[in-house]
Design a protein around this ligand. Structure first.
Ligand code: GLC
Ligand code: GLC
Length: 814
């Protein structure tokens, strides 16, 4: 069952009924001012940090789920009835409801009692504000007298404090109203130099800034007393809950259409010019007034929207494909790339499942996210890499997370996740392959942000490498530390105390438990590092990296192989995990996917065997589960993985992030059909038809789909902010379609389904446009390349040396 449809032409998902199984959200903003917005106008806005600079209030874990938003109400002043064109919060049975989620904007509206109203919400480029463009039309044959109300509830900035510290917060709320603009200035009197504003393009017939006055006692957003009465009361908030609400009265002739613009924004003032006059407590509004005036004009708003559109044209235009498969095209050309940008902007901070107050930027996560966005925003990827590397510890290890506002490592989560350091190598490698900007390796970067400790980035990667070699266990495999990629495989935790953090509790010395997954990761990262060392003219380093990778590969074959698949780990008693010897958790996806992806066992049949075992034991119609059988009870020595009920999250859920490792592994064996088959099982667009089962948005990946052991098999959770976005993008574009940046040029190495006759693509790579046509002449994956009409050896197309900026490539597969 579907709740809407894809409008690929306009790059939109159009939701045609408001009661989607869960709120289906979109993101506004792409630089510093952001918002999330659901299909019924729920959501909130923030400046840079979803916890510390939150403009508007949102209630997580509320019933109904999606509470707090950018709510507009219309009131028919003849009948006195009122409704919300976005369905929520009044939930009237309107006609023609639609929500169009597009690239950085959302338009929601409907028709009720002959009045049509649609609002387009977006954040203009280079501004810290959002525009709500409301278009109201009278479709009646008679004139209509309508009042429009637009409302927001302000958050007292720190969302965590806002939700907990009521004894203080009920006293501090402050606002100002000036020339029809509502200013939220809580804590401005003291140490904050920022305020929020909410403005309207029309002369208003009233406002409210006190929530109680607007809603009325004992009433909610579904039934505000002031809207029901038809008149706002010009209330001024003193403490309690400051809001912003505007009222505009309209008389619309039959068939008439009007546009009203609301602007909600954030402004920071210089400390010495906070107040105007300087010795007063009144906000200096001169800094905000011009920008407010600018965007209240329909022309400027439309122009800003046009620039936003061009921005996305440019980003998405960097890679476009036309394949025989609609779902592949749609995800690659539009939604998967778009989701990769969301993970770049948000990391794991703000979504329907991430409250904006929890996690900082993950070291591991952010490095992996690079794989999905580096081609779209290389300069920002460079900056991100240097920020991440600056939090690396001098041991080569890493804080697991850092805070985006301070860019400092987060001590609460600590370090000791022994896979972390290697993701930096893979992140840098992806950057170098995309850009050819080797200068980044010479950038001087500190350890743990300590001045005086700076070394070239290249040396940081050497420390990542060394970190593992200094931490090998009894079998010569890497010690796992707190956990590896699987945050929930906590082999040194041994927690029997409720509420203990699985992530930070340690009751073992950590000298026994080893990870075969990290071994695979190490092999992959060390070979990348060797290639980088060669290029940098450090052949001795390269030899060292290669020798260590080779040795690790042998160790994996000797101690990390279970006969039919790769083991997952050794626990802190030295017992095997992910082995036929176990009753539960016999086989795991991570080590099998990553070891083969790293090339281990391609030469001796182990890789093929491992993937056959994965197919037999882990593949389900909804994707590949993490392991089988699921853990049916809590095991002290395994930790959080066994804390989840079977089939959920890391306990045998379909973790979509790791599915692409197996897709890539399949391509390494030349299995295009298998790789693409796995790709489609979790592709959101391909799952659109079962939206009532999947429940999350059909246009973006979710972190997890409930596994076959779960009663809700096939149900997705935690959409949007997940490494799934980057890895799937990377797998489909670089390994299945095989358009792959390498250090020396663009490699063309498709491993596509046998039934595909070919595909075409355009790729902008290092400033040059490559027009690529792939044609199948035989069933295999051998590539014969012609570049600008001349056949070339091998399958790497070198960047042009003659200054041309367009190249056409044709490839024949046989
Ligand atoms: C979450 C984390 C990621 C981790 C994964 C598996 O997605 O963000 O870092 O690798 O879970 O536990
Ligand atoms: C929990 C989740 C895991 C996530 C981690 C991050 O362990 O199961 O997916 O990576 O929290 O904090």
């Amino acid at each position: 069952m579907k709740f809407g449809y894809f409008d690929d032409q306009n790059r939109e998902y159009v939701i045609t009924r408001p009661d989607t199984p869960l709120p289906w959200i979109n993101y506004l903003g792409c630089q510093e001012y952001f918002g999330i917005i659901s299909n019924t106008a729920g959501g909130y806005s923030f400046y840079r940090d979803a916890r510390l600079r939150r403009l508007t209030r949102y209630r997580y874990n509320n019933a109904p789920w999606d509470c707090g938003g950018r709510y507009i109400y219309l009131r028919d002043n003849e009948s006195g009835s009122f409704w919300s064109p976005s369905w929520q919060p009044t939930r009237h049975a309107a006609e023609d409801y639609s929500c169009r989620h597009g690239m950085g904007y959302t338009t929601i509206g409907s028709k009720f009692a002959g009045i049509e109203a649609y609002t387009r919400y977006f954040v203009p480029l280079d501004e810290n504000l959002e525009i709500w463009q409301l278009t109201v039309s009278n479709r009646r044959a008679t004139p209509a007298r309508i009042s429009v109300f637009a409302s927001v509830e302000f958050c007292l900035w720190d969302a965590q404090d806002d939700a907990t510290n009521f004894q203080r917060n009920y006293n501090i709320g402050e606002v100002e109203v000036n020339e029809g603009v509502l200013y939220h200035k809580t804590e401005y009197r003291e140490r904050r130099n920022h305020f929020a504003f909410f403005a309207c393009s029309e002369p208003t017939a009233g406002f409210d800034t006190a929530r109680d006055a607007f809603l009325g006692p004992y009433r909610g957003w579904d039934n505000p007393a002031a809207v029901a009465s038809g008149q706002l009361s010009n209330s001024i908030a003193h403490g309690w809950a400051p809001i912003g609400a505007h009222q505009v009265n309209l008389v619309l002739a039959a068939g008439e259409t009007r546009q009203i613009i609301f602007v909600l924004g954030y402004q920071e003032n210089p400390v010495d010019r906070k107040f105007d006059p300087p010795d007063s407590q009144t906000i200096n509004k001169k800094t905000a007034e011009p920008v407010i005036a600018k965007y209240l004009g329909a022309k400027e708003a439309d122009a800003a929207f046009g620039r936003l559109h061009e921005h996305w044209d440019r980003l998405l235009g960097i890679f476009q494909v036309d394949t025989p498969d609609l779902h592949t095209n749609r995800m690659v050309n539009i939604w998967n790339a778009y989701q990769c940008m969301a993970t770049f902007n948000m990391s794991r901070s703000a979504s329907s499942f991430e409250s904006g107050i929890g996690r900082g930027l993950g070291f591991r996560d952010s490095n992996q996210d690079l794989l999905g966005f580096v081609h779209m925003v290389p300069a920002r990827a460079r900056e991100r890499i240097l920020d991440l590397a600056s939090t690396q510890l001098d041991t080569g290890g890493a804080y697991h997370q850092y805070q985006p506002l301070t860019k400092r490592g987060n001590n609460d989560i600590g370090s000791g996740f022994n896979d972390d350091p290697h993701w930096l190598i893979l992140g840098v490698a992806a950057y170098l392959k995309e850009t050819g900007d080797w200068s980044i390796l010479n950038e001087l970067v500190p350890y743990d942000n300590k001045p005086g400790t700076e070394e070239p980035l290249y040396a940081h990667m050497g420390r990542s490498f060394g970190y593992t070699l200094e931490r090998l266990g009894p079998h010569g495999l890497p010690l796992i530390g707190r956990a590896d990629w699987n945050d929930c495989l906590n082999l040194n935790c041994f927690s029997d105390t409720p509420g203990n953090s699985f992530q930070t509790t340690t009751n073992r010395d950590g000298m026994v438990a080893e990870s075969v997954f990290i071994a695979g990761l190490f092999v992959r990262a060390s070979r990348e590092l060797a290639a980088i060392a060669c290029h940098q003219g450090h052949p001795d380093d390269a030899k060292r990296f290669l020798a260590a990778a080779e040795k690790m590969e042998q160790t994996v074959k000797e101690h990390g192989w279970d006969g039919e698949w790769f083991l997952r780990a050794y626990d802190s008693f030295g017992e095997k995990i992910g082995s036929k010897e176990r009753d539960e958790g016999k086989i795991f996806i991570e080590s099998n996917g990553f070891c083969v992806l790293a090339g281990i066992g391609l030469d001796d049949g182990r890789a093929a065997k491992a993937l056959a075992s994965v197919r037999e034991r882990l593949a389900t119609k909804h994707g590949l589960v993490v392991h089988q059988p699921a853990y049916t009870r809590y095991y002290l020595h395994l930790g959080e993985i066994s804390s989840y009920p079977p089939g959920y999250k890391e306990n045998a859920g379909v973790f979509c992030h790791v599915n692409p490792w197996v897709m890539i592994a399949e391509t390494r064996l030349g299995h295009g059909d298998e790789a693409h088959d796995y790709y489609l099982r979790i592709n959101p667009s391909a799952r659109e038809e079962i939206s009532e089962v999947h429940r999350c948005e059909p246009y973006v990946y979710a972190q997890m789909i409930a596994g076959k052991d779960a009663p809700t098999f096939g149900e997705a959770k935690n959409s949007w902010l997940t490494g799934t976005a980057a890895w799937n993008y990377y797998a489909i574009t670089q390994w299945i379609l095989g358009v792959r940046p390498t250090y020396g040029g663009l490699e063309i190495a498709p491993v596509i389904p046998a039934g595909w006759q070919g595909f075409t693509a355009t790729r902008i790579f290092r400033g040059v446009k490559y027009k690529i046509a792939i044609e199948r002449a035989g069933p295999g994956n051998n590539v014969a390349l012609t570049v600008n009409g001349s056949p070339i050896e091998g399958n790497i197309v070198r960047p042009p040396t003659d200054g041309s900026n367009e190249i056409s490539i044709s490839a024949v597969l046989s």
